[in-house]
Design a protein around this ligand. Structure first.
Ligand code: 5AD
Length: 366
């Protein structure tokens, strides 16, 4: 059965569910092997860095799972100054990181929009337009997306979190600020504006089924998505969903091991089905296993997001418990990641933007 599915050119929902459920050691090994074959053929074995600058944890949203949700009073709030963000971006450039990712809590007030626009434009200028820039600042108006794109942002990552609208509702307050339809519409808008568009989901959420996850993968395919950033759901104990997950005894070692395995299977399935997209081995994988990100690369991912946020801010930017590297510096993360990439026989694409090949194919096809 496994070989029959792996030999197919396209996968249907049942095939995907079969692959996501694999847990036998030899089967999983075979699945990752196939994913690595496809990775080698379509994107090569280079891993591209997106130095992650988490520049502000102020957030207007109240997502039930997220550690920096508006109602969490335990988190000291911060915004890094423009000068410091520029300095951090310069560090990335000087260290031949091909790209950075700017990430923050979600705000859409004029001050924030302008601040981001200026930061993006100045990073673009100071790096001679050579640094790729992925933006991860949530749902915004078309006008804002346009301004940030024109300032020099080239990619945008906006996770759909889950494509099951009922599950989405359980994860978010019922308000116009947390609308599933709005999130969906934003993905289309980003595409229209011209970004390379990334999305993703959380994996192993309470009440999430294999069918949900299979539909998520088919959604990425149907939406012609260029980049995927997804990872396991990781409990944050100061959040409503985190507290509930613990209370219902759904965060045992077995639960966490299961979330990790299904996340890796998701990466492999996405690689096998979608082929030429960029897929990140996200930090959340490492929150569940010390070698989580390496495992992600072995399962078919080709992007790493080394945290380069200043050490003093890392503690206050915890979307989930157990976030790794919060006591590290950018320098430390750089050396550590190099070893990790080498350990799985991949190379770092230093100084290269590492854009999604799928994006260029999509442009060619009009
Ligand atoms: N576990 C895993 N991922 C999380 N995110 C937020 N909170 C958590 C959590 N508890 C992810 C969401 C969001 C991204 C920035 O971080 O998917 O889109």
């Amino acid at each position: 059965m496994l070989e029959k599915i792996l030999a197919k050119d396209n996968l249907d929902q049942q095939d995907i569910i079969y692959l996501l459920k694999l847990e036998d050691k030899a089967d999983v090994k075979r699945l990752y092997e196939k994913a690595r074959e496809v990775k080698q053929a379509y994107v090569g074995n280079k891993v591209y860095y997106r130095g992650l600058i988490e520049f502000s944890n102020y957030c207007s949203k109240d997502c039930y799972y997220c550690g920096i949700r508006k109602s969490n009073q335990e988190v000291p709030r911060f915004t890094v100054s423009e000068a410091e963000i520029l300095e951090t971006a310069k560090w990335a450039y000087d260290n031949a990181y091909g790209s950075i990712t700017l990430q923050s809590g979600e705000r859409s007030d004029p001050l924030f929009v302008e601040f981001c626009e200026s930061v993006i434009a100045n990073i673009h200028k100071q790096s001679n337009q050579e640094l790729g820039m992925t933006l991860c600042m949530g749902e915004q108006s078309k006008e804002t997306y346009k301004r940030w794109f024109n300032a020099g942002g080239s990619r945008y990552l906006l996770r759909i979190e889950t494509t099951n609208p009922e599950l989405y509702e359980k994860l978010h307050p019922k308000s116009s600020l947390h609308s599933f339809e709005q999130r969906l519409a934003c993905l289309d808008t980003l595409r229209e504006v011209g970004f390379q568009v990334g999305t993703g989901v959380m994996i192993g959420l309470p009440d999430q089924t294999y069918e949900d996850l299979a539909k998520d993968v088919l959604f990425f395919q149907a939406k012609n998505i260029d980049m995927i950033g997804m990872g396991p759901y990781v409990v944050h104990n100061d959040t409503p969903l985190g507290a509930q997950t613990i209370e219902q005894n759904l965060n045992t070692m077995q639960d966490r091991a299961w979330r990790l395995r299904v996340s890796l299977n998701m990466i492999a399935v996405c690689r096998i089905l979608l082929k030429d997209v960029n897929i990140a081995a996200t930090t959340a994988l490492q929150a569940l296993h010390p070698l989580g990100r390496e495992k992600g690369l072995e399962a078919g991912a080709n992007i790493l997001m080394p945290i380069i946020t200043g050490q003093e801010h890392r503690k206050a930017y915890q979307l989930y418990n157990n976030k790794p590297c919060i006591n590290d510096t950018a320098e430390h993360c750089k050396n550590c990641l190099f070893d990790r990439v080498k350990s799985v026989d991949n190379q770092v694409g230093y100084g290269e933007k590492g854009d999604s090949p799928h994006y260029y194919k999509r442009l060619q096809e009009g």
